[in-house]
Design a protein around this ligand. Sequence first.
Ligand code: AHR
Length: 376
Amino acid sequence: MKRKLLAAFLCAAMVVTMGAAGCGGSSNEASTDDTAAEESAAEDTTDAAEEESGDDAAAEESDGGVITVGFSQVGAESDWRTANSESMKNTFSEENGYKFIFDDAQQKQENQITAIRNFVQQDVDYILLAPVTETGWDTVLQEAKDAGIPVIIVDRMVDVSDDSLYTAWVGTNPLLEGRKAGEWLKAYAEAHNIEELNIADIQGTIGSTAQIGRTQGLEEAAEKYGWNIVVQQTGEFTQAKGQEVMESILKQYDNINVVYCENDNEAFGAIDAIEASGKTVGPDGDMLVISFDSTNAGLTDVLSGKIICDVECNPLHGPRAEELIKKLEAGEEIEKENYVDGEIFAHGTDVESVTIEGTEYPVTEVTEDVIAERAY
Ligand code: AHR
């Protein structure tokens, strides 16, 4: 609690000096576009912080300087998600000086909202949120802001009317990931004289940043290059749903030659369904499977060619979120948006690089050595 008051004070000071609106505030703070009110709120906060400083020291002593972090996690839908949860748990450990409250929302936004309200009630120092979808967060984030608790968004983004409702975001760029996959497919199709592409898009959780970006990347490429997106259906980022959706697609369409899965677990399920139907995947098979995440199991399928291209989405956000918290604790400025880049992994060397908006991205051929380096 005392640490949270200090953080709120530091954040308020940063908002005034930086002219940014990135930190949680207290209920007596005015809107960020009212400078006079902001200054007076900052003064109030300063006074409060000064008054509290003696108590802060006592509280810090009593809790040993432990920082309490509440993390609302989407769920456990994929290998990527498991690696992400592990990264957060390992980082915000007791031995690193944290009390970590982990909540698995089982892919339900209402569970995440409840978790955030519980964190507010528990008066945590920081809230970390990996949001299941982008919209629907304004009210609960306002509650956290009113309680003076900084919120750091992890992985997917939130779409809120007021960006000051969260302090910072860290994650990857799914639109760029989708564009990388699209350009890779274009170059691969050219190299193999594949003239007609009939694509099944097994989408992620509808409304999540990862789905929105990856779907858009594919749609842009399809429009640009005249490909046919035959069907789009959500596989909810899970293996079971990926398999179920692919089974149903195979019953309805007989012309699919590319399956664009928006994560590795969907790809595993889709491959099972395709093989069970008697069809084959791979460079010499009936269908090419494209995927995202580049987990160890995903890259293993790239080596065999079952997945032909896998665009990386890095899940190891624990240390990145901690770095932001440490800077806030030290009263340092932090970036509002913190992008993490990823590689493109492929079977074979047909495509050496792709260029997107003037930037060239190399393609890494998957080998046993590449897989050995992938811990998750
Ligand atoms: O938001 C990141 C996505 O969510 C990953 O691609 C996927 O595996 C996870 O479930």
